[in-house]
Design a protein around this ligand. Structure first.
Ligand SMILES: Cc1cc2nc3c(=O)[nH]c(=O)nc-3n(C[C@H](O)[C@H](O)[C@H](O)COP(=O)(O)O)c2cc1C
Length: 318
């Protein structure tokens, strides 16, 4: 449409600009489906509009296929759930051969590959394999799994291991590298600085909190693995605090998560310093949660006269 008085186009009423950029990748919405709670994306193609969400993160991908842990491996807790799935997945080669070609056909879908390994060499090899796979926008490196060469010590809880993991993975990665931090540490700010110094392009947090539940009748752990990771609304205030701490420690873009159920929870993470968020456990209660939250956030921004959602990042008033 053109204004007859001038040759410039007339400005039409537009909704808020929901685009955000994480590590050079533009997302149409800051709301992303979290790893391990959204399968390989394809499972959700009939349930929601994959091209309406910011992106989705694959299940963790390892060098070889993994069967995962014995059952029970998921239980409900007050305001959350404990899982010890054991990183079950088809392995990176089967993902590239069987899943990725189908994902590439979904127009507008942004796919982030979640990578893990039990040694640094595992992570390097998985990253290397993804380098040549068309259709991956970014890698999310899960630093919350145990390193078998160091007696099972979790990468993300030891700063020297974390530095080595991130720098060696970054050295081979053709794609932007987002490092997913473990929350099971005393100083998340320190771990964030270590990952940044090692070359991370973005940080995501938090992964699940180490936890345990006991059946008092049988006196046995309710999870076959004895311990598991706690997620869901129960962890949200701790996750928000950690995002705020990391935002003060580094200048990298942050993708925040932990217990997000709706657009208001999302706004809280953005104000704490996140550029985008991931939604995990909420998809178990409602498979359409990620799309509904993305829509809800756009409406919230419109109601609050927020022109660009990126204005909210770090805007907490202290
Ligand atoms: C069943 C289940 C499986 C998960 N698998 C992975 C995984 O493979 N890799 C990973 O980095 N995080 C994994 N996570 C962690 C989530 O991506 C997310 O960091 C965590 O659950 C916190 O977000 P939420 O409270 O919204 O679920 C998993 C979480 C759940 C509940």
């Amino acid at each position: 449409m053109t204004d007859p008085q001038s040759s410039s186009p007339v400005k039409l009423e537009k909704g808020p600009d929901m685009r955000v950029t994480v590590a050079g990748i533009e997302l149409r919405s800051p709301v992303i489906a979290a790893s391990g709670t959204f399968g390989y994306g394809l499972e959700f193609d009939d349930v929601l509009s994959l091209d309406r969400i910011g992106a989705f993160v694959t299940k963790g991908l390892s060098r070889e296929p993994m069967a995962g842990n014995p059952s029970p491996r998921i239980i409900e807790t007050a305001a959350g759930m404990i899982n010890a799935i054991g990183l079950q997945n088809v392995g990176v080669r089967a993902f590239i051969a069987d899943k990725l070609p189908k994902l590439r056909r979904i127009k507008g879908l942004v796919t982030i590959a979640n990578v893990f390994g039990f040694t640094i060499e595992d992570c390097v090899e998985v990253t290397h394999a993804l380098n040549d796979a068309e259709g991956i926008a970014m890698i999310e490196l899960n630093a919350s799994c145990p390193n078998t060469s160091h007696g099972g010590m979790v990468f993300g809880t030891n700063h020297e291991l974390l530095f080595e993991l991130v720098s060696k993975t970054k050295a081979v990665s053709r794609l932007p590298l987002m490092v997913k931090l473990s929350p099971n540490v005393t100083s998340i700010g320190l771990m964030a600085r270590v990952a940044a110094d090692a070359g991370a392009d973005a940080l995501s947090l938090v992964n699940t909190f180490l936890s345990m539940a006991i059946d008092i009748e049988t006196r046995r752990p309710r999870i076959a693995n004895v311990t598991g990771g706690l997620s869901g609304p129960a962890i949200k205030p701790i996750a928000v605090r950690m995002v705020h701490e990391v935002a003060k420690a580094v200048t990298l873009p942050i993708v925040g998560m932990g217990g997000i159920l709706n657009e208001k929870d999302t706004v809280e993470f953005l104000l704490a310093g996140a550029t985008a968020v991931e939604v995990g456990t909420a998809s178990y209660a409602d498979p359409r949660a990620v799309e509904n939250i993305a829509t809800g956030l756009r409406k919230w921004c419109a109601r609050h006269a927020i022109e660009r959602v990126s204005e909210l990042t770090g805007a907490v008033v202290l």
